[in-house]
Design a protein around this ligand. Structure first.
Ligand code: GRF
Length: 233
């Protein structure tokens, strides 16, 4: 790939925030971010993909797109501090300005999180603050909720907490399994993550006293009701 073609693929260009994406596996959210960054007016470029697992499928995809991608195997580091220091070094070398965690399955030290405060975001497959942690779909189904979804938030030392930037919701259907619900939510993750990253990178979403303010119009009449009152008439 020529450097020009690589620039087009990664969305590299002037005035864009340099984003590092942290993954551990499949990397479908990272792919959604990279696809969005192809648009000439997208305010961020995916400048680096890092995985703590060398076998993460997303690494190969990123390299094939011309995106620098690197494995930093957490098993090679004796402590969380040492692993986080290696992450920090790689992010600094790539001149990363914003970090997007996308299925990154490693707990980070409070020191690392604090260093990136306000500059690191994460996607989680639930409507936080409901269902932080693992098994979000099974827990939502066990509770019988009618609406589930996903959240993009700034990262704070507490796991799956932090100021909320964007959320997306889907109906829960009778007969859903954790897998069918995960698929429905994942499709929305791929919409809200590029949207939320753009809001942060452009400065439209700002941290203000521990909350996020959004400086773009919000459609105050949009709503999701489940079961749908029109369809069930
Ligand atoms: C997504 O559901 C994300 O919300 C969660 O882990 C999953 C990662 O999927 N944190 P992918 O690697 O982005 O495909």
């Amino acid at each position: 790939m020529t450097s020009g073609a690589a620039a087009a693929a990664t969305g590299a260009g002037k005035g864009r925030r340099r984003v590092g994406v942290l993954i551990s596996g499949r990397g479908s959210n990272m792919m959604a971010l990279a696809e969005a960054a192809r648009a000439p007016d997208y305010p961020a470029e995916i400048a680096l993909v890092l995985s703590n697992r060398p076998d993460a499928a997303g690494l190969g995809w990123a390299r094939a797109q011309g995106i620098p991608a690197q494995a930093i195997d957490h098993k090679a580091y004796a402590t969380r501090e040492a692993f986080d220091a290696a992450l920090d070094t790689a992010l600094a070398e790539a001149r990363i300005e914003l970090v997007a965690c996308a299925g990154f399955m490693r707990l980070m030290t409070a020191a690392f999180v604090t260093r990136w405060a306000g500059r690191m975001i994460n996607i989680h497959p639930s409507l936080l603050p409901l269902y932080p942690g693992l098994h979000t779909y099974a827990r939502a189904l066990a509770d019988g909720v009618r609406i589930a979804g996903c959240t993009v938030h700034f990262v704070v030392p507490e796991t799956d907490a932090g100021p909320i930037i964007a959320q997306g919701a889907v109906p829960v259907l009778d007969g859903d399994t954790p897998d069918t619900l995960a698929d429905r939510i994942l499709a929305v993750e791929h919409q809200i993550y590029p949207h939320a990253l753009a809001l942060v990178a452009s400065g439209a979403a700002r941290l203000d006293g521990g909350r996020v303010t959004i400086a773009v119009p919000i459609n105050h009449s949009s709503r999701l009701i489940s079961p749908d009152p029109v369809a069930s008439r």
